[in-house]
Structures are given as structure tokens and as C-alpha cells.
Design a protein around this ligand. Structure first.
Ligand SMILES: Cc1cc2nc3c(=O)[nH]c(=O)nc-3n(C[C@H](O)[C@H](O)[C@H](O)COP(=O)(O)OP(=O)(O)OC[C@H]3O[C@@H](n4cnc5c(N)ncnc54)[C@H](O)[C@@H]3O)c2cc1C
Length: 386
């Protein structure tokens, strides 16, 4: 069977690209190794803009909890409340979200092949070849949307082994929590709380929450269990009804994400905001941008890396810069000891935290630190160098 495009992976990136390309009448197949969509663990927090970009009008039942504020806690327990979040976020049902994305893509004409793990990909006679245990398929282009373990990236030599930096995450689904305000998502920082990462509490209704941790260089479980023990006001009557673990790529965009007849999108390409580990919006943007370039390439009947490079150029303009700047902020913050983080919390405004987290306008924050006796050397220089 010959397709114009074969997409490996039915996550936010793959399904978005599939819909865009198929809408123009090209034959697109999406191969997904799992039997169901959305098996991979996720905190499920997204901005309103993410869902608007995905669907225009919000499909029913995708959002579980509206989020109006975010609270960031320093190691000493003091917090900065981010009120700019007013009305702009949700904790959603990611499985349903992906089902809706898949529905839209199928309506646009794609084939979706579930439970079909891609075990090999290669280029032969100017075409892409994709192999699963059930057969072989060819296409003009292979799009690797297969996440952090990307077989497409590995087989086409896009990245060197162990170059991708991952943060290990563990998440509990907890019920009977005592959440004083269900419209606040909470982030807890500090080496004693989550070494080189953070703990999150994302409410999913009155008493239910996704409670997770990301850490580097230490095991996640003891830290998450300790955090839960140390917050009896929230968790004394709570029980864990789900446990899942998965890593997130936090080293930014890979140096190379296109070649003749092949490209990477989403987390496979490193399209995650490094400081937060949030990647749904960045991956969908990757899927959309890649999809637009693929249409152009198919129309010109030229799937060479020179044409496909247009995708990289367009992605770099906004998202690439955000990812780079967020990575810069991460590199700066990961050097701070808990005492310094406590002091930083006193200095940063809501806007500073939002900008650092999202990789937006970080030179403004850098300039502000220039005047600070403690942070001028340690933070300002790193944020201001390009
Ligand atoms: C613990 C945790 C919490 C997170 N929380 C958030 C959050 O709250 N908000 C946010 O924005 N982001 C969050 N993220 C990040 C977000 O989940 C990812 O950035 C996003 O899902 C990436 O989308 P993707 O389509 O690129 O890849 P993925 O979602 O990883 O999808 C890849 C797909 O490819 C499939 N696949 C892989 N290999 C093969 C193969 N060989 N053959 C066929 N199919 C294959 C997989 O099964 C999967 O369905 C979180 C991640 C983790 C681990």
C-alpha cells in the first residue's frame, strides 16, 4: 500500500500533522503502537489557547477543571500567585482530547492503524519504507511523531545516543484530596522537594488531582511520597488510585529534524518547553508547521531536505526561540541552591515567572537581575547572552 505520508505516532503532534495534510487530499496513514490513544502519562494541564488552536470551538467534556491561577512555591513554602492565569487554563481529559483530534483527522480522510508498532523505517529508491509486524508500507515521506523514544529519529541517525536529556516523572492520580481551591494549579520547587525538577498538583474536580514529580539524578518515588506526607492538610485522607511514570525531553530542539523524505515533529524533535516540561502546545504547533511544509513539498513533488527545511525555519521563528530561551532559564535556575531560590521568590514578580517559564522576553528578566547584588552575576549574564 502506498501513501503520500506515513506518520509514526498518534499523539498531539502526529494527529495534528495528519489532519492538516489530509485536508488537502493527500493520502495519510498514522501508525500507533498502542491499542488505545493517550496511554502515555500526562499532567493534562493546557492553556485555553492550546485547545482553541486544536479545535476552534471546544468539544464537549474535554475539559475537566478550569484553572484561573497558578501558585509557585519556593522551598521555604512562600508562594507567588500567578493571577495572570485568570481564565486561561484547563486540566483536561487527555484521552478524550486525543480521541477528538483523531476524529477530526479521520473526517479529513486519514487511515489510522492502531496496535501497529513500527519496528523499522528506511529510505529506498527515493521513498520511505515502514515496517510493522503485520507488513510493509511505502510513502513519499515519513513523519516521526513517535515521542522521546522515536524509532524514526534513531533509524535515520537524527540524534546521537544519550544526547537527549530527559527528566524522569512519576504521577499519582489521587482522590479524596482536600483542595482548598480547585481552580489553582500548584508547583513546588527546591532541591529538598524535587531535585532539579518540581512537584505539581493539578486538580481534576472537587477532590481529585494529578499529583506528580519530575526529578533528575535522584529517584522520583521517595521524593513524591515525602511531599505527600509533608502536606497532610491536602493528603491526610487521600488515596492513590493510579500510578504512572514516563520521562520528558528537556534539552530543546534536536540539531537536525529533517532529511530527504523524512522529518521529526513533537517530542521526537525536542518540541517541549524545557523549564515546565509542557509539550502539548509546542508539539501541535510542530505538527501544524510541518504539515504546511509537507503540503508544499508534495505539491511540488519535491521531498528533498532543502524544501522540508522550510518547516524548521518557520518553527524556529516563534516556538524555536521560546524553547531555546526556556532552556536558558532552566540552565540558570538549576544551579540555584534552595536558599537562593527562596530569595529569588522574593525578587520575581508574577510576570517574571511567567516569562521565564514560557521562554518569553527573558532578556527583560535578565536586565532586571543586573541590578541585584546576589543574582547579577549568577543569573543576569546567562539570561542575557544569546
Ligand atoms: C509526566 C508527564 C506529564 C506531562 N504533563 C504535561 C502537561 O500537563 N501539559 C503539557 O502540555 N505537556 C505535558 N507533558 C508533555 C506532553 O505529554 C508531551 O510533550 C506531548 O504528549 C508530546 O506529544 P507528541 O505527539 O510529540 O508525542 P507523544 O504524546 O509522546 O506521542 C507519541 C506517540 O507515538 C507512539 N509511538 C511511539 N513509538 C512508536 C512506534 N515505534 N510505532 C508506532 N507508534 C509509536 C506512542 O505510543 C504515542 O502515542 C507531560 C509529560 C509527562 C511525561
Amino acid at each position: 500500500m502506498k501513501y503520500d505520508v506515513i506518520i509514526v505516532g498518534a499523539g498531539p503532534a502526529g494527529l495534528t500533522a495528519a489532519r492538516i495534510i489530509s485536508k488537502k487530499g493527500f493520502r495519510v496513514a498514522v501508525f500507533e503502537k498502542e491499542r488505545r490513544l493517550g496511554v502515555k502519562l500526562c499532567g493534562e494541564a493546557v492553556s485555553k489557547k492550546t485547545l482553541e488552536d486544536a479545535f476552534g470551538t471546544l468539544p464537549k467534556d474535554i475539559t475537566v477543571q478550569e484553572i484561573k491561577q497558578a501558585a509557585v512555591y519556593a522551598p521555604n513554602g512562600n508562594n507567588v500567585m500567578l493571577k495572570e492565569w485568570s481564565g486561561v487554563g484547563y486540566v483536561m481529559n487527555k484521552k478524550l482530547f486525543l480521541q477528538c483530534l483523531a476524529e477530526k483527522a479521520v473526517e479529513a480522510g486519514i487511515d489510522i492503524l492502531m496496535n501497529q508498532k513500527v519496528v523499522d523505517v528506511k529510505r529506498k529508491d527515493g521513498l520511505g519504507m515502514v515496517k510493522t509486524r503485520r507488513g510493509e508500507w511505502t510513502s513519499s515521506l515519513i513523519l516521526g511523531a513517535d515521542g522521546f523514544t522515536s524509532i524514526v529519529s534513531q533509524k535515520f541517525g537524527f540524534e546521537k545516543k544519550r544526547k537527549r536529556e530527559l527528566i524522569s516523572c512519576l504521577q499519582y492520580v489521587m482522590v479524596n484530596c482536600n483542595l482548598s481551591n480547585t481552580q489553582i494549579i500548584r508547583f513546588y520547587l527546591g532541591r529538598s522537594v524535587a531535585p532539579l525538577g518540581y512537584v505539581w498538583i493539578f486538580p481534576k474536580g472537587e477532590k481529585k488531582a494529578n499529583v506528580g514529580i519530575g526529578v533528575r539524578g535522584k529517584p522520583a518515588k521517595p521524593y513524591l511520597d515525602k511531599f505527600i506526607r509533608e502536606h497532610p492538610n491536602i493528603f491526610s485522607k487521600a488515596k492513590i488510585i493510579g500510578i504512572e511514570a514516563a520521562p520528558v525531553t528537556i534539552s530543546g530542539l534536536l540539531d537536525k529534524i529533517v532529511d530527504d523524505n523524512v522529518m521529526l515533529v513533537g517530542e521526537a524533535a525536542g518540541q517541549v518547553i524545557p523549564l515546565t516540561g509542557g509539550g502539548i502546545h509546542a508539539s501541535m504547533a510542530g505538527g501544524r508547521t510541518a504539515g504546511e511544509t509537507v503540503i508544499e513539498a508534495l505539491e511540488k513533488e519535491d521531498l528533498s531536505k532543502n524544501i522540508l527545511a522550510g518547516y524548521v525555519k518557520n518553527y524556529q521563528k516563534h516556538w524555536g526561540k521560546r524553547i531555546r530561551d526556556s532552556l536558558k532559564a532552566l540552565r540558570v535556575l538549576e544551579k540555584l541552591e534552595d536558599e537562593e531560590l527562596n530569595k529569588l521568590a522574593d525578587v520575581l514578580t508574577q510576570q517574571d515567572i511567567l516569562d521565564l517559564a514560557n521562554g518569553i522576553n527573558i532578556t527583560r528578566v535578565g536586565r532586571k537581575f543586573m541590578k541585584h547584588p546576589l543574582f547579577s552575576l549568577k543569573l543576569a549574564k546567562a539570561l542575557l547572552t544569546s
